[in-house]
Ligand binder design. Sequence first.
Ligand code: SAM
Length: 161
Amino acid sequence: MSDDLRENERTVPVAPPSDGALRFIGRIRTPWHDRADCPRQGRIDGPECRIELDPLWLDALEGLEAYDSIEVLYWLDQSRRDLTRQSPRSDGSTVGTFALRSPARPNPIGTSMVRLLRIEGPVLHVQGLDCVDGTPLLDLKPDRCAFTPKAPPQPGDSQTA
Ligand code: SAM
């Protein structure tokens, strides 16, 4: 997959990226070795993939096995990060970066809701990913629809307009 600009695409000058505030916590193993071979969005009935969590974080998995569906956040590390307008169809018509789920964005965070098949030690077996093999893992969270806050309620919980 090329990072060349397409007709009418626009960029801004950006400083060299500094990812120091993020900590990669593992790697995602998928059948895809090239961006062009990945699905545009993962399918819940897609191929089984592995999330290899750094064993340092093993303790942090406790309780996650209760969820059939989890949210995975990852760092789309092969993306360019300077595009403001993009031409997904390569036909000269453009759309703003924030109106797209393109991997090319200032902070290339990808998210997928995946089906959790099983957890074996620090390895999670899932379906529903769309990233290349070896993509760095940022975070794992329970599906927000299935999740009930464990902490006591706060005043803002019931606040309306
Ligand atoms: N599901 C995520 C989301 O919506 O935030 C990502 C969607 S993005 C459209 C998925 C595409 O990103 C894939 O089809 C592939 O072209 C590209 N991609 C996959 N892994 C990548 C990586 N490590 N770095 C950059 N691009 C990647």
